[in-house]
Design a protein around this ligand. Structure first.
Ligand code: S3P
Length: 447
């Protein structure tokens, strides 16, 4: 969308039950990695099931600017011809990562071991997100980085072939930080190691192995250590992208909260580092049944049946946060119709996502007349069976805030509206058509 055109608003309201079958869109985390790892590798990587969302297109564009040849076939098969031994080349212009924190942070790590300079930029949301968490360990490894105040974008980074390996324990649970360091470590001579107090999503480890780089993972009771030895060249492979549990989450919560609903979502990745929401909703009384388990592309996938359920509030264990970190906003929409209190603490990382997701989620709930208390590190929601609704929500360039507000509208007395639906295309371009096909009364209202 051009800057001068009006943002597409959208609204949702209560209607009939959701029924039928939908297929979860490709996983965003694995899609980003397929483009980045494929671009670094020697030979050809082919990708099926890629999420063709704006975030991934920005990452593909970035990796083209670093020298990879990335194309899409008419059959939806993506081909990445990597730079291999030639190494990434210096991009001619700025690298625009759009809205994607995963894209920019992983690419910064991936480019660190090359003697090239790149300037990274992003949209209004990405430009205020902290990059120091990635850039500081990369500086320890030897890169030079200069960003806007507070280590924000725009950020210019010069890499070095003399990159030093690093042993690092990130202060926050972050797969992006872990991944950036490991990707830099591929080009550093020696052992690079990340110690995680709480295990985060493990796609980088799994996929690096598939691209031919041995990665050791050791659980030592105090968390885990992930370790690789550089230099470690990558070799192109075939990637099958499973369905995204974080996108399926919106369909799941919608079916749980709309009376009479009964849906099946196919092809959902069941990697335990990503399924904390399913566990939480089940503990709240939700009917969520996984069936037809298969292994595809190294990940377990399943079909999930969800039926409308009477939910009750619970205390979500903080240790579960890394396995559902993107799902708290939509969990709160389920909590809004659950009986009693849902207590979520230890989720301060939400404050530095595409928006401050604690503040933005609290604002959705308040606009719909739902009782909520914001704390420093979380929130407490007190639900009721049919919230008033009628809210107008500012989405702050955040796709998950936009979708969450629209899901809540399906269970409220009055419609919910959002100011800007454009960001939904970053992670879930088929959101509106899929929701409508399942029977939801949800639509874009202006463009
Ligand atoms: C992601 C990691 C998470 C998550 C993001 C995707 C990834 O971010 O919120 O949507 O693909 O590595 P953090 O690492 O900042 O927690």
């Amino acid at each position: 969308m051009s800057k001068s055109s009006r943002a597409p608003a959208a609204r949702s309201r209560a209607g009939g039950p959701l029924t039928g079958t939908a297929r979860a869109p490709g996983d965003k985390s694995i899609s980003h990695r397929s483009m980045i790892f494929g671009a670094m590798a020697s030979g050809t990587t082919t990708v099926t099931g890629l999420l063709e969302g704006d975030d991934i297109m920005a990452t593909a564009g970035a990796m083209r600017a670093f020298g990879a040849d990335i194309t899409r076939g008419d059959d939806g098969l993506w081909t990445v011809k990597g730079v291999g031994n030639a190494g990434l080349s210096e991009p001619a212009g700025e690298i625009d990562c759009g809205n994607a924190g995963t894209g920019v942070r992983l690419i910064m790590g991936a480019a660190s071991a090359y003697p090239i300079t790149a300037t990274y930029i992003g949209d209004a949301s990405l430009s205020v997100r902290p990059m120091g968490r990635v850039v500081n360990p990369l500086r320890e490894m030897g890169v030079t980085a200069k960003g806007a105040p507070g280590d924000r974008l725009p950020m210019t980074i010069t890499g070095t072939p003399d990159l030093k390996p690093l042993r690092y324990a990130p202060p926050q649970a972050s797969a992006q930080v872990k991944s950036a360091i490991l990707l830099a470590g591929l080009g550093a001579k020696g052992v690079t190691e990340v110690r995680e107090a709480h295990k985060t999503r493990d796609h980088t480890e799994n996929m690096l192995r598939a691209f031919g780089c041995p990665v050791d993972t050791l659980d030592d009771g105090d968390g885990q250590i992930v370790r690789l030895t550089g230099p470690a060249p990558l070799t192109g492979t075939h990637v099958i992208v499973p369905g995204d549990p974080s996108s399926a989450a919106f369909l799941i919560v919608a079916a749980l909260i709309v009376p009479g609903s009964d849906i099946i979502i196919e092809n959902v990745m069941m990697n335990p580092t990503r399924t904390g929401l399913f566990e939480t909703l089940t503990e709240m009384g939700g009917y969520i049944q996984a069936d037809n388990f298969k292994t595809s592309g190294g990940e377990v996938i399943a079909d999930i049946r969800v039926r409308h359920s009477k939910l009750h509030g619970i205390t979500v264990p903080p240790r579960r946060a890394p396995s559902m970190i993107d799902e708290y906003p939509v969990l709160c929409m389920a909590a809004a119709v659950a009986s009693g209190e849902t207590v979520m603490e230890g989720i301060e990382e939400l404050r530095v996502k595409e928006s401050d997701r604690i503040a933005a989620t609290v604002a959705i709930l308040q606009s719909a007349g739902v009782a909520v208390r914001e704390t420093k590190t979380g929130m407490i929601v007190t639900g009721s069976p049919a919230p008033r609704g009628g809210g107008f929500v500012t989405t702050h360039h955040d796709h998950r805030i936009a979708m969450s507000a629209l899901i809540l509208g399906l269970a409220c007395k009055q419609p919910m509206e959002i100011d800007d639906a454009a960001m939904i295309a970053t992670s879930f371009p088929e959101f509106f058509s899929m929701m409508q096909q399942l029977g939801a009364d949800i639509k874009v209202t202006s463009v």
